[in-house]
Design a protein. Sequence first.
Length: 260
Amino acid sequence: MPILSFLFQSIANIILSFDFMWIICLKEWRQFFSSLTGYIAVIIFLLLMGLFLFVFPDSSILDFGYASLDNFFSLAPYILLFLVPTITMRSIADEYRSGTFEILKTLPLSSAKIVWGKYLGCLLIVTIALIPTLIYAISIQQLSSKGGIDVGATAGSYLGLLMLAAVYTAVGICTSSFTNNTVVAFILAAFVCFLLYSGFTAVSKLPVFAAGVDYYIQMLGIDFHYRSISRGVIDTRDVLYFLAMIVLFLTITQRNLTTK
């Protein structure tokens, strides 16, 4: 009987923890869409992508002469540099500023579960923002006279884009945990994400690293693994890289909250 009682109590605690994590996740959702800022951020993201892909002549995929979304997947990481920090900048910084962080810590949740609850909430918003971009793929498929788009490569590119957005979200949550100023959190997140995406590739092109070291330096950056998955081949090393980056930044966030 004591064993059964302990087992039921453990199961109840696990269920309660997930319930609180889900509540935190929904709180992030409601907080983002409680004002026009959230809607405007998503609309601007979709509008910019639409203009670059179908209107501006230098990047319009209608002028390529063949069905391809390469331009979309090349531009999306840079536009997400602004969208994702906009979503994550208030996640923890606002808790500090409004004084609700102390209330949050009184819940029967560890710092890790608080962090993961906020992370999943922000990632859900980012995913919702990416879903309408499937219209671009459908449009190109319908406009193509023959052959259509490469479904395998497109699916791989979308997977890579989602994983890249997941890393950006983890970085945004992490930077938000270091300040109570949302503007500072936004700038830090955008800067760190930019360095992770393009910084290592830029450094690898320096002449001093031209003896074969440049390849290994590129492997440290997001761009290398994102382009690898975008080819349509899912490599375990690329997936592990993205997962490791997510865990790294969320662990830093967790330890930061623990010391508060």
